[in-house]
Design a protein around this ligand. Structure first.
Ligand SMILES: Nc1ncnc2c1ncn2[C@@H]1O[C@H](COP(=O)(O)OP(=O)(O)OP(=O)(O)O)[C@@H](O)[C@H]1O
Length: 304
């Protein structure tokens, strides 16, 4: 479990994290989303004891990172995959980390196997592709078999195979009952990976929601197709619903749920060929939520 409580982090005049509070629970993948400069990396650095909070706190399994007795066995993190000495071999790099943390060296072979690097365990890291470095960073995070995992932008720069691999891995880690927090500035990726979303902008919480609730919140009515649109429009209007005629055909009903529309049509003997709830895409929802919170917003001719 990760608990962030009233966390604020200032760098001089810049407030990177501003009174942020949320909880990340085990058994789910939680996406940590926000535009560039929103404060995601800063929160993660404070959580991992790499930076001190100005006020408030970020706890892993109830304690501050710096107070954890066996940090690598409690929380594993992927922050910067480039940070490995290129002359080192993959196995030796992880072996060195394991020994420094009282983790049996046999664990190294296990994690290399899990991330698909067993075949290059004796190769120097300098020759690794970005995707391989990313896998090595994840192997390091998994070394202590931690309950909590924190990945900062793990899919950045990866090809589609690498992206899919990361997605499946984080889902598997959550299914094992671990707490998994994954940051990204791309909603498209989180939509496929996360169960819950923490969305921040300018260091503040914008939304703490399930992916499903967010889709519901940005519901755009119900698309209905019927061979008797005029009759259905009259029935819906009589029940206080709104009806629009969208460009693609059919009717868009607002103010009434799918079940109510179906029941009313049945009661009046009006056949329905389609009844589909419509949502804005999560990407649109995310853009709407974070507009005004981007650090380097493009000039848009004053539409806001
Ligand atoms: N060490 C630092 N010194 C001064 N300002 C910093 C420092 N680290 C971060 N900041 C500032 O704090 C704000 C939040 O940055 P942070 O890197 O946490 O955002 P982020 O959400 O991770 O963004 P990105 O997606 O671009 O990585 C930014 O305005 C950034 O310029």
């Amino acid at each position: 479990m990760i608990e962030v409580r009233e966390l604020t982090k200032r760098y001089g005049a810049t407030t990177a994290v501003d009174g942020l509070s949320f909880t990340v629970r085990p058994g789910t993948v939680t996406g940590f989303l926000g535009p560039n400069g929103a404060g995601k990396s800063t929160m993660m650095r404070v959580l991992l004891g790499l930076d001190a909070a100005t006020s408030g706190e970020a706890l892993v399994n109830g304690g501050r990172y710096t107070e954890l007795r066996r940090p690598m066995k409690t929380v594993g993190a992927l922050l910067d995959a480039g940070a490995v000495h290129g002359g080192r071999r993959a196995f030796d790099h992880l072996g060195w980390m394991a020994r420094g943390s009282g983790i049996p060296v046999r664990r190294v072979a296990e994690v290399l196997e899990r991330v698909g690097l067993a075949g290059v365990a004796r190769k120097r890291v300098g020759g690794f592709s970005l995707g391989m470095r990313q896998r090595l960073g994840i192997a390091a995070a998994l070394l202590g078999d931690p309950e909590v995992l924190v990945f900062d932008e793990p899919v950045n720069g990866l090809d589609p195979d690498g992206v899919r691999w990361i997605r499946e891995l984080v889902r598997a880690l959550a299914a094992e009952g671990r707490t998994v927090l994954v940051s990204s500035h791309l909603m498209g990726e989180m939509e496929l990976t996360a169960d819950r979303l923490i969305i921040i902008g300018r260091g503040r919480l914008i939304a703490d929601t399930s992916v499903r609730e967010l889709a519901d919140r940005f519901r755009r009515g119900v698309l209905v197709r019927t061979p008797r649109p005029a009759d259905l429009t009259a029935v819906i209007a009589g029940a206080g619903g709104g009806v629009d005629v969208p460009a693609g055909g059919g009717l868009t009903v607002t103010g009434l749920e799918v079940d109510a529309i179906g029941d009313m049509a049945a009661a009046h003997g009006i056949p329905l060929y389609e009844v589909t709830p419509r949502s804005a895409s999560l990407e649109e929802a995310y853009m709407e939520l974070t507009s005004g919170d981007t650090e380097f917003a493009a000039e848009n001719g004053g539409t806001r």
